[in-house]
Design a protein around this ligand. Structure first.
Ligand code: MG
Ligand code: MG
Length: 250
């Protein structure tokens, strides 16, 4: 594996990138209410990036046409902002990437709009908990399988299904760096991660299926059974004894 250990100056820059991301994602989360369109959320993201002298990391990535991915209900990830109106009861996934000072960070939340079902609440609670479980095992020497197992165990506890074809990854100079970090696995197996590496962990789960299908727009992944899906993501710096959450709002 190509080592992805960041230098001290890169870590200074990626911390700033992560804080900008955290600030903007919080603004977008609050703005995600019934009546707004996903295109308006994208526009707000653009404006907030510009204010901070930052760039959208996803725009143009493999040709993605917007600054943020917005995926609603059975849409899992990579939804394209449009004139679609957010409605009461929707689960709105906001997945956002920021480029600042040469460094990229990546973070996502799933926002409940108005009143949601008990099952939807469980989906959000355990997907977010799964992210915490993955973060809890991080430290110098952790293996990719340790992370996958921790995330998977929490999703299973919540009665959720892991979307098997999507997962976490190294991040920093590029949106996706090695290694790939599956949201399931066996503890003690896989590549070893070291202090100084920056990674994105992103549990992605659904209420009904492990399987994702690509929609007609060739971007959006949708649950095969159209059950609700959720994603939570942070960018993390691995340290000697643990990790630093770079995209947590300070
Ligand atoms: Mg992301
Ligand atoms: Mg990611």
């Amino acid at each position: 594996m190509k080592t992805q250990i960041k230098t001290a100056s890169e870590i200074v820059a990626i911390r700033k990138s992560g804080q900008i991301l955290a600030e903007i994602l919080d603004i977008l989360r609050v703005a995600t209410v019934a009546g707004i369109t996903t295109g308006e959320i994208d526009k707000l993201a653009e404006q907030e990036l510009e204010k901070r002298g930052a760039k959208p990391a996803f725009k143009g990535y493999d040709g993605f046409p917007a600054s943020i991915c917005i995926s609603i209900n059975d849409e899992i990830v990579h939804g394209i902002p449009s004139g679609r109106i957010v409605k009461d009861g929707d689960l709105v996934g906001l997945d956002f990437g920021v480029l600042y000072d040469g460094m990229i960070t990546d973070s996502a939340v799933t926002v409940p709009v108005g009143k949601i079902s008990k099952d939807a609440e469980k989906l959000l609670e355990y997907t977010e908990r799964a992210l915490e479980s993955g973060i809890a095992v991080l430290k110098d020497g952790v293996k990719v399988g340790d992370i996958g197992a921790a995330i998977e165990n929490t999703l299973i506890k919540g009665g959720l299904k892991v979307i098997e074809t999507l997962g976490g990854h190294g991040v920093g100079h590029k949106v996706h760096e090695e290694p790939y970090i599956a949201n399931f696995g066996t503890a003690g197996t896989g590549e070893t991660l070291r202090a100084g590496m920056t990674i994105a962990l992103e549990p992605i789960a659904s209420l009904g299926t492990h399987d994702a299908d690509l929609a007609d727009d060739d971007w959006t992944y949708v649950t095969r059974d159209h059950s609700l899906s959720a994603q939570f993501e942070h960018t993390l710096l691995i340290t000697k004894d643990g990790s630093e959450i770079l995209t947590k709002l300070r």
